[in-house]
Design a protein. Structure first.
Length: 492
């Protein structure tokens, strides 16, 4: 399997190259040249497998320089770090509703599904390419990615990771998780500014020749742990296929029957993986793209116009507070008939004018598969309360955005898998406020009260966080980010 850039299909690379590079030099994203099709035999095999085997099987179809055994070794190590028996259990709520819980990993958010695999894929890719240099992972985070990336890359030979987060833009629990992070090769730093400031500074370093030379002098090359990296996206395809197998195995559906998937969406990585699974032959009815008050994608799927001229809203589902949804580019590439020129022109318009339109015909084809909707803050809180009161089931604000969109929209009668992306205890104050109607700002006190009010246990990775030693206290101005990176690299 080869990969091409969405902005230049003449740029053809191997899977290992795509993963090591992260992003194409033309600014495009790497996509597989074609989609491997799952046969009836494959489905039968997959249904008989446990999760790590399913993940290795799906990845082996995309990464043919890797053997199944090699990938299975990675998957067993990655998913062996999850707590509980099944890394991604499917929870039945009633005859039509299921939650796919993707947060049983080391940081309690769905990012772990891919970020526990990425370090293995990246180091093995470098080995295959004969690249003996060190890799520096630079990440700007609004909370979940940074922690999951540090946890994934901690003490991985030949890598170092530096994470920047907005000092006032993450939840208390998220901050606490980051500043107590262990590992010799990790570093996290708060910046005075918002997430966009952190993100732009990091992007600037990625595209600066001078920065590349300075880092090379210390033996480092840059790479990304963001979902623009194919090594981060590919492992996500597996859990959709796995959920479908689980539904068939449990007798909920017959093989071949269509299922809807409703996905709380920010950067469009998670729902794109569902689309790829569908292209491989997973019988999907509708893919429902759920947004919070930052409803740029809802408007896009409604009108065909992607328009960034809007106010950035800070919500109780911060990991979805995104205006520029990077992975949509990969979907557009497919719906533009894989025409790189069309995609490049849209992305150019996005950069220069902050907007582009895909046209009626393209929109109509997308709407055959994609539905969309958004939840404002009140609807999100009401949805958390609804599932708790009706079913005794606690969900986090991100998952609630998806569930809220599903509740208000679904009429096709098909079973729907709602993707549950974070453990509710990652956002204890907002979840408690939704179910009990009272505000307790201290996250540990809120978690205790939530635990008393519900049957849900505080997950092991979040326990005792308040007692763990704080390792990182640095706060810097945003214009000092680049210098900070050089200091760290010189130190290592
Ligand atoms: C990152 C994240 C999302 C959004 O996923 P995308 O792949 O960016 O669309 C949703 N929920 C949580 C909890 C997340 O951390």
């Amino acid at each position: 399997m080869k990969y091409v850039s969405t902005r230049d299909t003449k740029r053809v690379v191997t899977g290992a190259q795509a993963i090591a590079e992260g992003i194409a030099p033309d600014g495009g994203l790497y996509v597989p040249e074609s989609f491997p099709a799952l046969t009836a035999e494959d489905w039968e095999k997959l249904r008989g497998m446990e999760y790590a085997e399913r993940a290795a099987f799906v990845l082996s179809l995309y990464l043919d320089e890797f053997s199944y055994e090699e990938l299975l070794g990675f998957a067993k190590e990655a998913y062996g770090r999850f707590y509980g028996e099944d890394p991604c259990p499917l929870v039945k709520i009633d005859e039509k509703q299921y939650f796919l819980e993707l947060w049983h990993g080391p940081t309690c958010a769905f990012k772990d599904m891919a970020l526990t695999m990425l370090p293995h894929l990246l180091t093995a890719s470098k080995r295959k390419l004969g690249d003996k240099g060190k890799t520096l992972i630079l990440t700007a985070t609004s909370g979940d990615t940074g922690k999951a990336a540090m946890e994934g890359f901690r003490d991985v030979d030949g890598t170092a990771i530096i994470v920047f987060y907005p000092s006032d833009g993450v939840s208390d629990m998220q901050r606490r998780q980051m500043i107590t992070q262990e590992g010799k090769n990790v570093c996290v730093c708060a910046i005075r500014g918002n997430f966009d400031d952190a993100q732009s500074a990091v992007k600037r370093i990625f595209t600066s020749k001078e920065a590349a030379e300075k880092l090379a002098a210390h033996g480092y090359k840059l790479s990304s742990a963001n979902s623009i990296n194919w090594g981060r996206l590919a492992p996500q395809i597996a859990y959709y296929i796995s959920a479908y197998c689980d539904l068939v195995n449990a007798g909920e559906i017959k093989q071949g029957e269509k299922v809807d998937f409703c996905v709380p969406t920010g950067n469009f990585g998670d729902i794109l993986a569902a689309y790829y699974a569908m292209r491989m032959g997973m019988p999907a009815g509708k893919l429902i793209c759920a947004s919070n008050s930052n409803r740029v994608l809802t408007d896009f799927f409604g009108t065909g116009k992607y328009d960034t001229h809007r106010k950035f809203v800070e919500t109780i589902s911060p990991s979805m507070d995104i205006i520029i949804s990077s992975n949509l580019e990969r979907l557009l590439f497919e719906y533009a008939g894989r025409n790189d020129k069309t995609v490049a022109a849209w992305m150019d318009a996005l950069k220069k004018e902050g907007a582009y339109s895909v046209g009626e015909e393209c929109l109509a084809r997308m709407r055959e598969l994609f539905d969309c909707g958004s939840c404002d803050e009140e609807q999100t809180a009401q949805t958390i309360a609804y599932y708790f009161d009706e079913y005794g089931y606690l969900i986090d604000p991100h998952t609630a955005v998806a569930a809220g969109v599903y509740l208000r929209g679904s009429e096709d009668g098909r079973p729907c898998v709602m993707v549950s992306t974070a453990n509710p205890y990652k956002f204890p104050a907002d979840v408690l406020a939704a179910v009990e109607g009272k505000r307790v700002d201290d996250p540990y006190a809120a978690a205790e009260q939530l635990c008393e009010a519900s049957a849900a246990e505080i997950p092991q990775p979040l326990k005792g966080l308040d007692k763990r030693a704080v390792r990182f206290t640095t706060v810097i101005d945003r214009d000092k980010i680049e210098d900070f990176v050089y200091e760290q690299v010189a130190d290592k």
